[in-house]
Design a protein around this ligand. Structure first.
Ligand SMILES: N[C@@H](CCC(=O)N[C@@H](CS)C(=O)NCC(=O)O)C(=O)O
Length: 263
């Protein structure tokens, strides 16, 4: 059934509002980059469920540490990657982080966060990410506010190659895309693009308006990469090597994912 355009727009606006509330409940953790001192030679891999409260804490840390990760979505009842996560860790829980450099794997948010901060920032887990009761409860509340979007698998076609998503964890628009990627069990390279300086907090359009139509000079690996590729820095940005498309705009990206992969 085709949904009238106005109704679809209203639906998307409501989704953005609850997604913004979900980020506010987490005090916008997973927004600002705190410099990484060591980068892994090869990308990390994460068996993840977008709506899982513990997985969220790990993704927030990945943004703050400016680390990219290959996401293997493991929605409830998913058959594409969930069995492999179980095989690796020997237990059904998520998240599971794999470091392909060493074959080393870790499961559970507390251990993963400890590992990430001690290995990639040589420091302790900052207070706002330490997996205590407040963190776990607020992360669970964020899931509730999103009505469990991104939680359960839906039938989908298998892509030949992983997609790429430029995003940062607290971005309300990017979350909507990550939820669909998870439900459709589409593996993707998550290119984190946290904020590095004050001007990054301005909306992309406002930034260009203040700078005669040009994007400001950017700090940060992925910010520069995206600026070189597209001339602007805005998330979400999706690249699908299977079809050759590359696009901005959360509503259009989700429409593309639904029409290309949902069965
Ligand atoms: N209409 C766009 C809005 C995208 C947008 O405003 N994204 C924000 C993050 S939520 C952004 O890119 N901010 C610029 C920055 O982080 O530098 C969409 O639906 O995708």
């Amino acid at each position: 059934m085709k949904i009238p355009r106005r109704l679809a727009k209203l639906g998307h606006t409501l989704q953005v509002m609850t997604s913004t509330t979900a980020s506010s409940i987490r005090f916008w953790s997973g927004t600002q980059v705190h410099s990484t001192q060591v980068s892994p030679a090869r990308r990390l891999e994460l068996y993840d469920n977008e709506s899982d409260p513990e997985c969220r804490l790990v993704r927030e840390a990945l943004t703050e540490l400016d680390l990219d990760v290959l996401i293997y979505p493991c929605p409830l009842h998913g058959q594409r990657f969930r069995p492999r996560a179980l095989e690796i860790s020997g237990q059904p829980g998520l998240p599971v982080l794999v470091e392909p450099d060493t074959g080393h794997w870790i499961s559970g948010s507390s251990k993963i966060l400890e590992y990430l901060f001690s290995n990639y920032a040589q420091c302790q887990i900052p207070l706002h990410l330490r997996p205590g009761l407040l963190q776990k409860l607020s992360s669970r509340l964020s899931t509730t506010v999103r009505h469990n979007h991104g939680r359960s698998a839906r039938p989908s076609a298998t892509p030949g190659r992983p997609l790429t998503l430029f995003s940062f964890e607290s971005s309300p628009f990017s979350r909507l895309v990550r939820e669909v990627l998870c439900e459709l069990e589409l593996p993707y390279e998550l290119k984190n693009l946290g904020k590095t300086r004050r001007t990054d907090y301005l909306l992309p359009g406002v930034r260009r308006l203040l700078n005669q139509g040009e994007e400001f000079a950017m700090l940060g690996r992925n910010r520069n990469l995206l600026k070189r590729k597209t001339g602007k820095v805005q998330v979400p940005y999706l690249i699908d090597p299977n079809t050759g498309i590359a696009m901005f705009e959360s509503a259009q990206i989700n429409a593309y994912l639904e029409s290309t992969y949902a069965l």
